[in-house]
Design a protein around this ligand. Sequence first.
Ligand SMILES: [Zn+2]
Length: 136
Amino acid sequence: MVLRISAQALAEVQRLARAAHPIEACGLIAAASGQALARRVVPLRNQAASPTWFSFDPREQLQVWRELDQRDEVCRVIYHSHTASEAWPSREDIAHASDGQVHYLIVSTWAEARHAARSFRIIDGRVFEEPLSVQP
Ligand SMILES: [Zn+2]
């Protein structure tokens, strides 16, 4: 498994993460239906407004998912940032990851982070890192 993501989308997520720091940024990246390439970043409000946790506003989430349907897009990636730890899923991230089909992208704005961005599949509480294939 590999996450195919446009360079522009990845850069945008990193920009949004820096802007939200030290609060976690979160949102999704959409792909055209039937295509792997994640390319349209849709930022969502971090309802938790926390430096260690994020949660979507259920009403905003519903609205955004409806919009995806209308545009014939799918949610390919759920992204969020870590602001004081490595880009690796936390215990809470793993517990709340409910979709085995989605790529979980984590970017880190922590100064000591060894990796700026990493992608994972989280299936039944198990974490599988996957490579990023950044497309021009
Ligand atoms: Zn997290």
